[in-house]
Design a binder for this molecule. Sequence first.
Ligand code: NAD
Length: 496
Amino acid sequence: MERIKGKVNNLKIEKRAFINGSFVKSVSGKIIRKESPVDGRNISGVCACSAEDINKAVAAAKRTFESKVWRDKHPDEKKEVLFELALLMEKNREKLAMLDTIETGRAFRNYYYDSIPKAIQALRYFTESLDKYYDYAIPPRVDTLATITREPLGVVGIITPWNDPLVVSTWKFAPALLMGNSVVIKPAEQSSFSILEVAKLAKKAGIPDGVFNVVPGYGEIAGKELALHRDVAGIFFTGSSETGKLILQYAGQSNMKKVGLECGGKSPFIISKNCKNVKKAADVLAKNIFYNQGQICSAPSRVIVHNDLKARLIDYLKSESIKYIPDDPFDVNSEVGCVVSKEQQDKIENYIKQGIKSGATLMTPTPNNWFSAKKRTAVLPSIFTDVKLESSIVKEEIFGPVLVVIGFDTIKEAIDIANNSKYGLAASIWTSDLNEAYHVSRELRAGIVHINSYGDDDNTAPFGGIKESGIGKDKSIFAFDEYSSLKTTWINFDNI
Ligand code: NAD
């Protein structure tokens, strides 16, 4: 632990934008001012890009796209470069994990053992898939043939959130680059350090100048400019549903660019009367709602449990939640660190106050000494019972370690409660009755459904929601379709 802390104090952090292969200050000279959620230290200084910087980055990306320097590289060459980038990220795993921890407060352990390896695996998965993925031709005819090919979009804009900075970025930039696009990435203002470090590695790996650009800055300025830019052919966003809706408007106001959105959730976790393993369900539920202080888009924040099992479930949850009391993010044994900022902490605490005011009963574990000291931004795992279905804690995405427990008597009632949400990201049904599992999973309105599990995930399966949780998918070979458009080419053999 001391070794990591010592290294953090001496970290060299790149804070300038990466445009056309070089690190540059923003034209205005403006910077983002902020404190680390870990210890309140001043970590200001990342460039706050504005219209001029975005124009420069998009122009560089457009130029390199049109020059075909990357787009027309043989797949083998693209693979070589991106495999090299994966290797460099692996070699720099500790630094990347430290950068993300100091900025976001998530436990170093999570980044080092889970998140950064996941980003590297995703990059390798997409890179390996590139030459196993075919275009199409129509069924043969005597004198004509049509091919259906995936064409790169051109300049692709990518806007990311702070809760898992490198995983979310890689899910987008890897398939975008492999399809031949040039990218301009706008990271969240809370988490720009690690992707700027990756930009350095991308250049070292051999990605040509101008193909990979990073423009940190505020969402309403840098993000908006990127999404409105007429030379950006596709904008791929992960973040809140409110901002996602703005991105759709920007696309409509400008050039009708292609849009991909991965947005918020309020995912249901149904425990049927036929669930034989309530303890296991409680363990899995607690892990998925309290991990990373609940700052996971697909976290199951509503448990819908049969009334006969409710009391048992609550007992299990209460004892299980103790494992997720936040602790020092740089202690290598900590599973849970901070929430990202004081602002986010206030937002979560405000929801908790609203829950109490609505008449719901709150249970939190007894805090340890570190937590009581309140030196860092963090929230205790919070479980609400006796909730009103119309209250804000039941309906809105809190993006914190807050779980609501809702009872039901019939499975039809459970499905109705689960689907009564504007979101549709993930969902889960726990039952030992296979027939019930199948039918409920078909009824659940969500992009991802888990049966007797939660959070199962790998690069081969698409990730994304429906309704206000988003449009399009990250991950899997289907992601290549997001970053390309289909072109039909008719060939006539008679008229040659
Ligand atoms: P956010 O919407 O506030 O910000 C996300 C990104 O959008 C940031 O880079 C921000 O700077 C930018 N942005 C903000 N306003 C903008 C504007 N007007 N125009 C263009 N860009 C703008 O979200 P957040 O608080 O950073 O992240 C948390 C949210 O992300 C939660 O709702 C969570 O569910 C969601 N999320 C979804 C997924 C998923 O895969 N579905 C994954 C992670 C996070």
